[in-house]
Design a protein around this ligand. Structure first.
Ligand code: C2E
Ligand code: MG
Ligand code: MG
Length: 632
């Protein structure tokens, strides 16, 4: 049974009159265009003054040509059914008690039904959502407030839950109220929004939490720590030589290394620590619930330890040291941003101290960052103002005390700070790329100086010049070095290039080729600071090496530590087996020189003989000839 409301005007205009109530047998035209015959019981509706305002009728059973009417009805229903069946969205018709009158193909497919059709709402509702759904269908309160859109869960036939959005509409039918439920599968859009959230919260390359998510973890940790009177540490970590990997081995390689670093950190710092990527080669570590501030140092040490083992990388072993800055809640700051800023300030202190170490924040934001910026500006000025000077440190045969060579060491006369040691500015020169022109200048200056001394009648000795890995990456290094020799007239045999550990771990074939090319014209190569890394051992044969310089740290321990002594002994043995000259660096005392002699080092360099001195002082020393036996 359905109620209809009619406009009386056309009827009255047609000459009709209305009894009250009246039974009509009429042909009705559906909005959809289908005609049906119905008997209608019609009542006139009048206003207070008795004027007819509308006709209200209740359609009864079809009458008249019943067969025709019913056929038309069936055809109409069939068309409707087909339309619903073919709809892209899932559709079901549910009656008041939850029976499913109709479930279309899209919905059957979504819920995993083939030929069989679910019969009741409790088959298609996720168990925890059944009450919600039956409630919606039964109460229809939503229809009165106009909104029929809900999120719910439906049950797939395999038992899984499908997140869905449903739109409900009440249909009035003669035998009660039927609710039409249109189902929109949210799985895809959920997946998309989850993916977006994942992108915002996690770093794509390493899969580690992003800065945003890290901040939220820190906030949470601070809240917890306030209650338990604990400390929270935020550690910022910067890989010391990552840029070099990127520059020499390429970005894809750099990416792989970052992933390996991320995995290593994750492995060394399991939950409740959080490891996040800050961007580039910087990582963040959160250590929550520390009982005492000093515990942060243990975590920082673990971080550095995690990175101290070399990384197997494309058939070689890469050493990746890091600098770390540590900031503490509540000692330094009380929010994630300030903690990270303070950790960042501390990291620069660690870098200034040579890297591969950590420093605690001071609570004074970015003072050292400012310091560093001004240092960098000063450095750029120093290049144009010629504020650099080359000093020379003698290399002496410990048996005869004869001068056999010297090392050129850069000095910077800073207008306000005086002489700044290379450890403070060489890393900055390297980072800014200024090491390339400055290094070239050192090379030119020292070759020129040696040639001048020779012209002045001094006995020719070998000049050792440090080359940073960055300089080795300059494609025309071979041409530059040959140009300087041509230009200064220095014989190639008198030039030695000192390479560091980093060079061994990163160098590409092209660099090895250049060194061989330079070796072919007589230039020699020394390995500086030998013994502190592992990289050279496996690569010595690939390089045209003639000299090993035993790192200062072993010489300084040689008189106390049997381990250091054994290392020096082993390096000397290795060097001599390979036909190399072994130089002991950092010889400071009589005892050192005795042991160096005893262990068979070919040359010694250090304060025992002389620190690095200006060219003038060096000339004086050479003139006097025998004064190397005293520390200056
Ligand atoms: P290095 O090449 O290993 O140079 C030896 C360093 O040890 C020098 O420090 C030298 O002054 C110091 N030293 C020498 N004898 C002793 C000693 O008996 N005791 C102690 N405690 N130290 C001693 P310096 O001049 O501060 O240079 C530090 C580093 O800076 C050098 O280490 C080198 O790697 C780098 N460097 C210096 N000049 C240049 C340059 O022109 N180019 C490049 N690329 N690097 C340079
Ligand atoms: Mg050196
Ligand atoms: Mg050295």
């Amino acid at each position: 049974m359905a109620e209809v409301v009619l406009d009386p005007i056309p009827f009255l205009n047609g000459g009709g009159s209305i009894g009250d109530p009246a039974v009509w047998n009429a042909r009705w035209v559906h909005a959809g265009g289908d005609a049906v015959h119905h008997t209608a019981l019609v009542r006139a509706v009048r206003d207070a003054s008795g004027h007819l305002t509308s006709l209200r009728g209740v359609l009864r059973n079809p009458s008249g040509d019943q067969a025709e009417t019913q056929a038309a009805l069936r055809a109409s229903e069939e068309r409707l059914r087909r339309a619903l069946e073919a709809a892209q969205n899932g559709i079901m018709l549910v009656d008041r008690d939850g029976s499913l009158i109709f479930v279309n193909r899209a919905l059957r497919r979504l819920l995993g039904y083939g030929r069989e059709v679910p019969m009741h709402l409790n088959e298609v509702a996720a168990p925890e959502r059944l009450d919600q759904l039956t409630g919606l269908v039964a109460s229809r309160a939503w229809a009165d407030v106009g909104g029929g859109l809900f999120e719910t869960g439906l049950r797939h036939r395999d038992g899984s839950t499908i997140e869905a959005e449903i739109a409900l509409a009440a249909l009035r039918e003669e035998d009660g109220t039927v609710v039409l439920i249109e189902v929109h599968d949210l799985t895809e859009s959920r997946r998309a929004s989850d993916a977006i959230r994942q992108m915002a919260d996690y770093d794509r390359l390493t899969g580690l939490p992003s800065r945003d998510l890290f901040d939220r973890h820190v906030q949470r940790a601070i809240l917890d720590a306030r209650q338990t009177q604990a400390c929270v540490a935020v550690i910022l970590l910067d890989l010391d030589r990552f840029k070099l990997v990127n520059d020499t081995l390429g970005h894809a390689s750099g990416d792989r290394l970052l992933k390996a670093v991320a995995e290593r950190l994750h492995q060394y710092l399991p939950s409740p620590h959080i490891v996040a990527r800050f961007g580039g080669d910087e990582f963040l570590v959160l250590a929550p619930q520390l009982p005492v501030p000093a515990a942060a140092e243990g975590v920082a040490r673990r971080v550095l330890q995690a990175l101290s083992e070399p990384f197997p990388h494309e058939g070689r072993l890469l050493k990746v040291a890091a600098s770390a800055g540590v900031a503490l809640f509540p000692q330094h700051a009380e929010d994630p941003e300030a903690l990270i800023r303070i950790a960042d300030g501390a990291i620069h202190l660690a870098k200034d101290d040579g890297g591969d170490c950590f420093r605690l924040g001071t609570g004074i934001d970015s003072a050292s960052a400012r310091d560093r910026l001004s240092l960098e500006a000063d450095l750029r000025e120093a290049v144009t103002q010629h504020a650099f000077e080359v000093y020379y440190q003698p290399q002496v045969d410990p048996m005869s005390n004869e001068l056999c060579g010297m090392e050129a060491l850069l000095r910077w006369r800073h207008p306000g700070r005086g002489s700044v040691p290379p450890s403070d500015f060489i890393p900055l020169l390297e980072e800014t790329g200024l090491i390339v022109p400055v290094g070239e200048w050192v090379l030119e200056q020292s070759c020129q100086q040696m040639q001048t001394w020779i012209t002045d009648g001094f006995r020719p000795v070998r000049m050792a010049v440090n080359l940073s890995p960055r300089q080795l990456m300059v494609p025309d290094l071979g041409r530059v070095v040959r140009g300087i020799l041509d230009h200064t007239g220095l014989s190639p045999e008198l030039l030695e290039l000192e390479l560091t550990e980093t060079t061994a771990s990163l160098t590409m074939d092209a660099v090895i080729e250049v060194l061989h090319e330079l070796h072919a014209i007589g230039i020699t190569t020394a390995i500086d600071d030998f013994g502190i890394g592992h990289s050279w051992l496996s690569r010595l044969r690939q390089f045209p090496v003639q000299t090993l310089k035993v790192d200062r740290s072993f010489i300084s321990g040689i008189d106390q530590s049997p381990g250091d002594r054994a290392i020096v002994e082993a390096v000397v043995a290795l060097g001599h087996v390979l036909g190399l000259t072994v130089v002991a660096e950092g010889v400071e005392t009589e005892r050192h020189i005795d042991l160096v002699r005893e262990l068979g080092c070919d040359l010694a360099q250090g304060y025992y003989y002389s620190p690095a001195v200006s060219a003038l002082a060096m000339a004086d020393m050479m003139r006097l000839g025998t004064t190397y036996s005293q520390a200056a």
